[in-house]
Design a protein around this ligand. Sequence first.
Ligand code: 13P
Ligand code: SF4
Length: 352
Amino acid sequence: SPSDPDLVARARAAKEKLGDKVFVLGHHYQRDEVIQFADVTGDSFKLARDAAARPEAEYIVFCGVHFMAESADILTTDDQKVVLPDLAAGCSMADMATAEQVAECWDVLADAGITDVTVPVSYMNSSADIKAFTGKHGGTICTSSNAKRALDWAFEQGEKVLFLPDQHLGRNTAVREMGMSLEDCVVYNPHKPNGGLTAEQLRAAKMILWRGHCSVHGRFSLESVEDVRARIPGVNVLVHPECKHEVVAAADHVGSTEYIIKTLEAAPAGSKWAIGTELNLVRRVANAHPDKEVVFLDRTVCFCSTMNRIDLPHLVWALESLAEGKLVNRIQVDRETESFAKLALERMLALP
Ligand code: 13P
Ligand code: SF4
């Protein structure tokens, strides 16, 4: 939607009034009307790092989803306040792994006698509780830009990985980047007794993948790749690693949102690209490169509905409230959870 000039002026004025007291982070899936006010934009990894690098900002306004704001709160000082302009901006994938379910899974692994050799690796897209579980059990967080390095690290610590909660990122990284086979991976279904797996299956597996997925990236199919190749000869297919294995296997390039942007910046004029990720980002990339042909991998419109909840009216409300000295929509992780989650996040930040 085009930016309302009145709201644009109000956001600008509130931000000016706040000055250095506020730092606005914008994930690449945010709307244009919001992204124009971001002091920095990035993928999940870059935003976590940048949030931690702003100790002078009293307020961190996070234009993204809940788990990102939680991670920013964990990585910033106790005096800093992280604000999420709409509290309903969650992530359906993060919601697919609850603390209770994961604790139950760990019991199942203990019954199979494998907890001593299993290292949890949790995708950034998870709640602070899951990150705390990960830290407590000697594991690390990863994002789509460092999943291979996180898995390399984990396999130096143990023999198996419990990968939470995105089965696709886990499988794609293991098979595409680490030479494992599909048979090395099993899927733990939290809705089935014992995850739907036998102790023998758990003992034989190298990767125990949680049965979670992203509803946005789940829309892309092998058929969408075949269709676009037939429609646009010479097209380069570039997808996010949250897509299904068969989609990633059929693509030419795979990477995080930041990688997608950088790849298009480096691409020669006249080149053709079909991109499999959230639509705000694909549109922005297409607009930034009128000299290249950039299309959405699937013809059905696909925004991330929770990312899109952060719109200009919500951002204006948050900024104006802060400018008036009213703290709204603070995301605060409790201390106990924070200390263990921080361990896991710091392991990620220390990855080579
Ligand atoms: P990245 O920006 O790290 O690639 O992650 C994409 C995503 O799904 C965030 O929710
Ligand atoms: Fe969650 Fe998928 Fe939206 Fe990312 S794109 S926030 S993984 S639902």
